[in-house]
Each structure stands twice: as C-alpha cells, then as structure tokens.
Design a protein around this ligand. Structure first.
Ligand SMILES: Cc1ncc(COP(=O)(O)O)c(C=O)c1O
Length: 385
C-alpha cells in the first residue's frame, strides 16, 4: 500500500503517449493534419456505429459550435441542467439564447424526462443534458420529450466517455454530443474536445465553422493558399500534438474504464455501512456509467459539514473535489442576469453544498481505493461521534 497522498485526479500518460507526441514534433504538420482526422476516426470507432466526429479545442468549443450550427439564437430558450459545469450554460448564452434551468434527480444527479417536460415551452429550441459524473441520463425519455416540443437535443458528455444507455454510447442520442479531453477527464489530449453527431452534413458544417468558415481544407485546394469563406467561423481547431496524444489514449480506453469501475466498486463497498451518506449512482437497468468519480452526498447531521469532512479526508492523504461548487443559477454571472434562484433547485444546491467527489481514476495504485474508503469512513465516523 503506497503512503503517498492520493490526488483526486492525475492524467495517465504512458511512454506510448509520449512517443506519439514526439513523432508529430519530428514531422512538419503541427495542426489540422492526419493525426486530427485519425483521432476523429478512432474516436468514432470507439463510440460505435453512426458517429461522425469533429475534433475541436475543448468541450466548451464543441458546445458553442453545437448551438451555432443548429441555428439556436436570440429569442430561443434552451433547457439547461442547474447542476453542471458553467460551460453547458455559457454555450447557450454565447449564441444569445436564454437558459431555462431544471433541477436534478437526487439519486443520479441528472435531469429527468419529467423535469424537462415541465420546463419546455413554446420558445424552447433545444434541450441540453449533462451526464452527471458519467451517469447516463434517460436519453430515450428526454429525446421523446424534446422531439415532442420540436427541440434539438445537445448532450454534454464531458464526464461520460464510456457511459452507455442500452448499449448505445452517450452523445449518440441527441443531435450533438460534446466531449472533453481536459487533463483530469477519462482520456486527455492536454486540452481538447470532440463534436459528435450522426448527421454527416451537420458534421461537415461544424468542421467548417471550426476553421474560420473556410470552404476547403488544404488537401481540397486546387491552388495552394487559395480558398473562399462562405460563413462566419472561429478557430476551434485541435493541434496535431493534442490529437496524437488523444489517439494514443483512446487506444486504451477499455483499460481506463475497467480500472475506474474496479476502484469505484472498492470505494462503494467500503462505504456501504456508513450512516447519513449516499453515493450518486446510475439508475440501473439500461444505464452503464463511466465512473468519473465517486460522488458522496452527506445527509442529515453531516449535510452542513461538508468542508470539515473533506478537510479531514484530505488530511488523511486522500484528495477530493466538488462537482460542481454552485448550481449554475447561483453563479454571480447568472444570478445577476436572471435573479436569485431562491430555493428552486434544492437538489442541485444539495449536491453543490453537501457532496464530496472522491478519486477512482486509473492513477490509483493497488491498495489506494481501499485507502480512499478507509479515509472517508474515518472522517464520517469522527464527524458523527
Ligand atoms: C459537464 C462539463 N461540461 C463542459 C466542461 C468543459 O470542458 P472543457 O474544459 O473541455 O471545455 C466540463 C469541465 O469540467 C464539464 O465538467
């Protein structure tokens, strides 16, 4: 058993990853080249049949591209989970649409089809979901509600690489799925993201908007340096260095996911006898989650003591985090724009104020998952004594 502190997360980078990046540096193509298209193809193969992938600079970029390419804009409303990373909501704001927040289900941390149905109205143009901590939302139910309202569906899959519903990968249910390769995610490219959809025309449009709206790639140009611009665009491209790293990482996604699942089950077993806590978990049945972290919610007498319990876990050598520190409507930008949310999002508030995210990543050494469980048991029992 290692005695070194266990960080909440740490990118798992191997010699193969380093060699892949080095090969790019020894060549002469550093951006939008064969590694990017190779990563897009490899990630599409990992996701499963029907996926079209467009590599981008971040998940935030993918989310922004989603609304730009679907034509969502001023006057439109988009349903947004209250409990998510601010990127999910910022993408809506950036195109001038208005987020309509919905609360989470206390068991999974996800929005439900019922909550979405209660939030849609005549101006709803899109429904966004986040697969909280890698637990898949009830996508068939949510897509049915959205389609009934004539709305698009955008899936924020930043934490859900490997999460499936009925065997279908998250990101393939809605119109667009947006993935993140930020360093603490399941797979990393340093920074990076993937725009995923089933519609090849939408993928082609996203690829154009990603690169300034230029109408043809280097290989499609009849004369070098000559092109036209047919639409507004951005520079949301991924570099070849990032793509090479991402490609090397996706090749061992199965191993990463198996280690996460194993660590999660050790931590969950260790906590099973504790009072006044619950673990956020998949609803079971069709849902296969990707174990981004173990989401521990403190209840009853512990609910108001999250920071002290987390500090004690940290003192015992186990790193923690909080996903997410505020319901989005409580963040200053949103509060000042849309007013105090009051007590309209009790579950998102509970998750923000009373939960602790525990490490289960592949950086854990043998025996570390047991140490995570033991540290939490000690901290919780001391707090209850
Ligand atoms: C749910 C969710 N969406 C989006 C993001 C943003 O991802 P990126 O840093 O790749 O833009 C995050 C980052 O943690 C996230 O948790």
């Amino acid at each position: 058993m290692s005695a070194a502190p266990i960080p909440f997360a740490r990118p798992w980078v191997t010699d193969e990853d380093r060699a892949a990046v080095d090969r790019v540096l020894r060549g002469h193509i550093l951006t939008h080249g064969p590694e990017c298209t190779g990563f897009e193809d490899d990630f599409a193969a990992f996701l499963g049949p029907g996926a079209h992938c467009v590599s981008v600079s971040s998940c935030m970029a993918a989310l922004h591209l989603a609304y730009l390419c679907l034509g969502v804009g001023p006057g439109d409303e988009v349903v947004v989970p209250a409990q998510t990373h601010v990127a999910t909501a910022h993408a809506v704001e950036l195109v001038g649409a208005t987020p309509v927040f919905v609360d989470a289900d206390p068991a999974t941390g996800n929005v439900t089809a019922e909550a979405v149905a209660a939030a849609v109205g005549p101006r709803t143009r899109a429904v966004s979901v986040v697969h909280y901590l890698g637990i898949p939302c009830d996508m068939p139910g949510i897509v049915e509600v959205a389609r009934g309202a004539g709305a698009y569906v955008v899936e924020d899959c930043a934490l859900s690489i490997g999460a499936r519903w009925d065997g279908v990968h998250t990101g393939l249910f809605g119109d667009v799925g947006c993935f993140s390769f930020y360093p603490v995610k399941h797979l990393t490219s340093g920074e990076g993201g993937m725009f995923v959809c089933r519609d090849p025309d939408l993928a082609a449009r996203a690829a154009r908007v990603r690169g300034f709206g230029i109408d043809r790639t280097h290989t499609e140009r009849s004369a070098p340096g000559v092109y036209d611009v047919t639409m507004l665009g951005l520079n949301y491209r991924m570099s070849e260095l990032q793509a090479a790293l991402g490609r090397s990482q996706v090749a061992r996604a199965g191993q990463v996911l198996a280690r996460r699942a194993e660590n999660s089950s050790v931590v969950a077993n260790a906590l099973s006898d504790l009072d006044h806590v619950r673990l956020i978990d998949a609803a079971g049945g069709a849902a296969a989650q990707s174990h981004y972290c173990a989401g521990l919610v403190l209840e009853g007498p512990l609910a108001s003591r999250r920071d002290a319990v987390a500090a004690r876990i940290n003192a015992l050598g186990v790193g923690t985090s909080v996903y997410y520190p505020h319901p989005v409507p409580r963040l200053t930008w949103y509060r000042e724009r849309y007013g105090d949310a009051g007590d309209r999002f009790p579950v998102a508030t509970e998750l923000s104020d009373s939960s602790i995210s525990l490490p289960v990543g592949p950086h854990l050494e043998p025996g570390d998952a047991e140490r995570v469980g033991a540290a939490v048991c000690t901290a919780v029992r001391e707090a209850l004594a």
